[in-house]
Design a binder for this molecule. Structure first.
Ligand code: 5GP
Ligand code: ZN
Length: 114
């Protein structure tokens, strides 16, 4: 756990979040400032800053959770598809330095890219 990391604090229950999935290695919760209904973040419970820092096993767990959750999130909000993405590093727009995948539901009539 990194003391000043908000996502580590969510893992520890110190900051509340709307958790949609949890297992021993991975947590998924709704984004506090969603780009679309159902916008979900998937994180490894262990603190790693970027994808390159994540050990392969944790990367596999994270991908398995994204794979499992994406169609469920889409079904729950009635989406037609989704953007599944990582902002990897500050230069790429990563604001929270604890690696996270975004599931951003998309709708046929939503008129553009997130
Ligand atoms: P990034 O730009 O780092 O890829 O995305 C960070 C995401 O985390 C943003 O979409 C932002 O809305 C979300 N976020 C930041 N702080 C919190 C928080 O305390 N709780 C939740 N649920 N989401 C957060
Ligand atoms: Zn962290």
């Amino acid at each position: 756990m990194a003391e000043d990391c908000i996502f580590c604090q969510i893992v520890d229950g110190e900051i509340p979040a709307r958790v949609v999935y949890e297992d021993a290695d991975v947590l998924a919760f709704l984004d506090a400032n969603p780009l679309a209904p159902g916008h979900t973040l998937v994180i490894p419970k262990e603190h790693h800053e970027t994808l390159g820092d994540v050990p392969p096993e944790s990367g596999e767990m994270m991908f398995a959770a994204l794979h499992y959750l994406t169609p469920i999130v889409e079904d729950v909000v009635g989406a037609d598809g989704s953007n599944v993405a990582f902002n990897n590093g500050e230069a790429a727009g990563q604001e929270v330095p604890h690696v996270h995948g975004h599931i951003i539901p998309r709708f046929d009539d939503d008129g553009g890219r997130p």
